[in-house]
Write a protein that binds this ligand. Structure first.
Ligand code: NIG
Length: 382
C-alpha cells in the first residue's frame, strides 16, 4: 500500500455534503482511493507528498456523453453549417461509411487519442457509444473496441436508420440480433428519439428490449425540437436524457419529479447553431442537471469539459458551483455511479488540480487551459 498526501490546496471542492468546499486543505489517497480529507494543518503522514502551492483541487470531470467510435472527418459539413446550412443529423451516415471502412486498429487508435486528449484536460471518467456501425458486425466491433478504453459503454444501434433501410425492419434488427450480439459488451443502451431518427413507439421498443436484456437506459431527446424524448426517458426510468435543448414546461416538470438526469451538451448546441438549453429553469424546478462534451465528429467536436462549464456559466446562467457539480457529481449520477464525481473518503482517487486558485477561474479565464495535474484512480496522468 502506497499513500500520497496532496497538500497546499488553496480550494478543495469535495462534492461531499458534509465536507463541502474547504480552503487551505489536504487530501490523502492510498492505492486508488481517497482516504482522508481535511485541513492542511492536521494532515496525516503519507509515503509521498505533493505540494500544489495554493492551487484549486476538484474531482476529475465525468464526461457522461461522447461518441468516440468513429473514423473520418466532417470538417466540410461544419464549414457548410457555419455558412448557414442547418444541422439535421443526416451527416451521421457519412461517419457510418467511414467507420465501416476503417480497420479495428484505426478505430482503436482514434478512440485512444481522444480519450488521452480528454484525460489531459482533467476528464477521469468517460462514457462512449457505438452508433456509427449500424449493422451487427460493426456495432459489435465498436462495442468491443470501446470497452478497451472507455469506463462506460453504451449501445446506440438506434442512432439513425441506415440509408436505404426500412425503419421498422431496422428496429427489428436492433432489438433482435444486434442487441443479442452487443449486449455482452455494454452496460447501457440508448436511442435517438427525434424526428428524422426514431419515433416514440420505435424508441420505446428499443428501450424495453434493452431493459429486458438487463441494460441501463439512456435517451437522446429534444435535440432538434420539442418531442417525446424527455417524456419517454422519464416514463422508462432512464438514467439520463441527453441534449434537452428544446423543452416544454411539462418536460421540465417531468424531469424535476424524476430520477432521470437532464444531461446538457452546450458545445453541441453552439456547434450546430441552436439555442442553449434552459439550464436555469431546470435547476430552479429541481431537476438534476449534468454537463457533458458530446464529443463526436459531426455536431460537437470537442473533448473540453472546461469549455462546457465556461458556456454554462457565461451563457446558460448556471453558477460556477452548479456547473462544476454538473460536470462531476451529476455526470456520475447520469451514469448511476457513486464511486466517482466526489472526493469523500472511499471515493476513487480521481483528482484534478487547476493552475488557478479557485474553480471560478474556469469561467473567469475562458479558453485558457487550466489543468495542472490529474490523477485517475490514484495514478498520475499528467
Ligand atoms: O449527440 N444526436 C445524435 N447524435 C450525435 C450526433 C452525431 C453526428 O452528427 O455524427 C449527437 O449530437
Amino acid at each position: 500500500m502506497t499513500s500520497t498526501l496532496i497538500t497546499g490546496i488553496g480550494e478543495l471542492t469535495t462534492n461531499d455534503p458534509q465536507l463541502g468546499r474547504l480552503t487551505d486543505a489536504a487530501l490523502v489517497f492510498t492505492d486508488g482511493r481517497v482516504d482522508w480529507v481535511g485541513p492542511a494543518s492536521s494532515a496525516p503522514a503519507a509515503d509521498s507528498r505533493v505540494d500544489v502551492a495554493g492551487r484549486a483541487v476538484l474531482p476529475g470531470w465525468v464526461d457522461s456523453h461522447t461518441h468516440l467510435l468513429f473514423a473520418g472527418d466532417r470538417t466540410a459539413e461544419f464549414e457548410a453549417r457555419m455558412a448557414g446550412l442547418l444541422y439535421t443529423a443526416g451527416g451521421i451516415a457519412v461517419t457510418v461509411e467511414a467507420t465501416r471502412a476503417a480497420s479495428d486498429g484505426d478505430i482503436a487508435d482514434n478512440l485512444r487519442r481522444h480519450v488521452a486528449e480528454a484525460v489531459a484536460q482533467g476528464t477521469t471518467t468517460i462514457e462512449t457509444k457505438t452508433g456509427y456501425g449500424l449493422n451487427v458486425v460493426d456495432e459489435v466491433r465498436s462495442a468491443r473496441i470501446a470497452a478497451l478504453e472507455a469506463d462506460e459503454v453504451t449501445f446506440l444501434g438506434a442512432h439513425l436508420v441506415p440509408p436505404g433501410a426500412d425503419a421498422d425492419e431496422y428496429v427489428a434488427l436492433v432489438i433482435g440480433d444486434m442487441l443479442d450480439a452487443v449486449a455482452p459488451h455494454v452496460r447501457w443502451a440508448d436511442v435517438f428519439c427525434e424526428r428524422g431518427a426514431f419515433d416514440e413507439d420505435q424508441s420505446r421498443a428499443v428501450l424495453e428490449a434493452a431493459r429486458a436484456k438487463g441494460l441501463g437506459l439512456r435517451v437522446h431527446g429534444n435535440q432538434l425540437g420539442e418531442g417525446p424524448g424527455v417524456r419517454l426517458a422519464v416514463e422508462v426510468g432512464a438514467a439520463s436524457v441527453d441534449h434537452c435543448t428544446y423543452l416544454s414546461a411539462t418536460d421540465i416538470d417531468a424531469l424535476a419529479n424524476s430520477s432521470t438526469v437532464a444531461t446538457l451538451l452546450p458545445a453541441c448546441d453552439l456547434s450546430t447553431r441552436q439555442s442553449l438549453p434552459p439550464a436555469r429553469q431546470l435547476i430552479d424546478a429541481g431537476a438534476t442537471v449534468a454537463l457533458a462534451s458530446n464529443c463526436n465528429p459531426g455536431s460537437s467536436y470537442t473533448t473540453s469539459m472546461a469549455y462546457c462549464i465556461t458556456t454554462a456559466v457565461l451563457q446558460m446562467h448556471m453558477t460556477i458551483e452548479e456547473a462544476v457539480t454538473a460536470a462531476t457529481l451529476n455526470g456520475a449520477k447520469a451514469l448511476r455511479r457513486t464511486d466517482i464525481g466526489h472526493l469523500s473518503p472511499g471515493a476513487r482517487a480521481d483528482i484534478h488540480v487547476l493552475d488557478a486558485p479557485s474553480t471560478t477561474h474556469l469561467a473567469y479565464r475562458p479558453g485558457v487551459p487550466l489543468t495542472h495535474a490529474v490523477w485517475r484512480a490514484g495514478v498520475r496522468q499528467r
